[in-house]
Design a protein around this ligand. Structure first.
Ligand SMILES: Nc1ncnc2c1ncn2[C@@H]1O[C@H](COP(=O)(O)OP(=O)(O)OP(=O)(O)O)[C@@H](O)[C@H]1O
Ligand SMILES: [Mg+2]
Length: 346
């Protein structure tokens, strides 16, 4: 019923495009069976908020028939300001005990009414902040946000088996494909179209996550405004192509200004991480993903400004596939992280 051993279809509903992947277990690992994406108009999702659910549902259906996805059970993910992910330190107790007291424990960390959120947690182990304490990963998602995603997936004729959080999907993709050094702090940054999601991985542990409302659209908008041109032409110029009226040289200073803004936001988030966790260790390296991370020169620019090694996440490094390098670059890390999930995972 669920396809090969309950493997779910990974569905990344992004501001710029909807992406899907289907993975299949092969031997010890996985193979990529299907993948594809279909663009959304800029006004369909704005600042992570769904403005036009029908349009998204229709786009998902079109994408599934285009790439030949036949299953129904999907894993999707949510991100943005309706989601709180926090590592908290509380007195040691069993999972059953925490199950009962989580509402009460969580209340002080959640800026929304506790009755409006779905809570989940994972006990990470003893806390380094004193004996008798343990560290718990707390996840709270506003119920109306979950509702929004499950109903649009249902409207597309599919079954939402898992609603995950972007940060976990990206972390999952990273862990599956890269060698994770347990002693390293890695800033895993997904620069999308409408938003940038920054995650600090402490080995395989998600130590911090933050969403910033800046991304690839910012570049496109800046070009549109400065040069008085339309969205499509500005997109082409951004990607390094020359168009009829304008040469790429003209857009370079515009791009640089936006890259500076993105850099400042990243820096602020990293400073926030330092301030809110008691982790004195410095970030060891940055791993970039998301469509906007393909912007010519951005990787070097960020490496230069942050004074850190910056590499790109390779979402198919450990997954059998026959794609060209160019195609591999377009595969969404979020979709892969979700596609690695199985029915019954939580
Ligand atoms: N080669 C490229 N050069 C520059 N920008 C690119 C390139 N390819 C894609 N982009 C930009 O990347 C963005 C899309 O990235 P992505 O698909 O990761 O976003 P999304 O997941 O749909 O959005 P979000 O995560 O913000 O909701 C767009 O702004 C697009 O213009
Ligand atoms: Mg995205």
């Amino acid at each position: 019923m669920f396809g090969s051993r309950g493997q779910l279809i990974g569905l990344d509903i992004g501001t710029h495009a909807v992406k899907a992947v289907v993975l299949e277990e092969r031997g010890e690992g996985y193979a990529l069976k299907r993948f594809g994406s279909r663009p959304l108009e800029p006004e369909v999702i704005v600042d992570r908020a769904i403005m036009d659910p029908q349009k998204i549902a229709q786009t998902i259906s079109e994408l599934f028939s285009e790439i030949g996805v036949r299953g129904k059970h999907v894993a999707v993910s949510v991100a943005g300001l309706s989601i709180i992910v926090k590592n908290i330190h509380i007195p040691e107790m069993t999972e059953e005990e925490l199950e009962v007291s989580i509402q009460w424990e969580a209340e002080q960390y959640i800026p929304f009414d506790i009755s409006d959120v779905n809570l989940d947690f994972q006990i990470l182990g003893p806390s380094d902040r004193g004996s008798g304490q343990m560290e718990v990963l707390l996840v709270a998602v506003k119920r109306d946000k979950l509702q929004e995603y499950t109903s649009l997936v249902t409207e597309a004729g599919l079954k939402p088996a898992i609603v995950d959080v972007d940060a976990f999907a990206i972390a999952n993709c990273f862990e599956h494909n890269h060698v994770v050094n347990p002693d390293q702090l890695v800033a895993l940054i997904d620069i999308g179209a409408g938003a940038t999601n920054l995650n600090v991985m402490d080995g395989t542990k998600l130590a911090f996550t933050r969403d910033m409302m800046i991304g690839g659209n910012q570049y496109t908008l800046a070009i549109q405004k400065e040069l008085g041109i339309g969205f499509e032409e500005a997109e082409a110029l951004k990607r390094g192509q020359d168009t009829a009226g304008v040469g790429h040289d003209e857009v370079v200073p515009i791009l640089e200004k936006v890259s500076e803004e993105i850099f400042s936001e990243i820096l602020r988030s990293l400073e926030f991480f330092k301030a809110t966790t008691q982790n004195d260790a410095a970030i060891d390296k940055v791993v970039l993903t998301g469509g906007c991370s393909r912007l010519p020169g951005l990787q070097d620019f960020l490496s230069d400004r942050l004074g850190l090694e910056v590499e790109r996440l390779d979402p198919l490094r450990a997954i059998e596939n026959e794609l060209s390098r160019e195609e591999q670059e377009q595969v969404s890390a979020v979709a892969i992280g979700l596609g690695l999930r199985k029915v019954g995972d939580r």
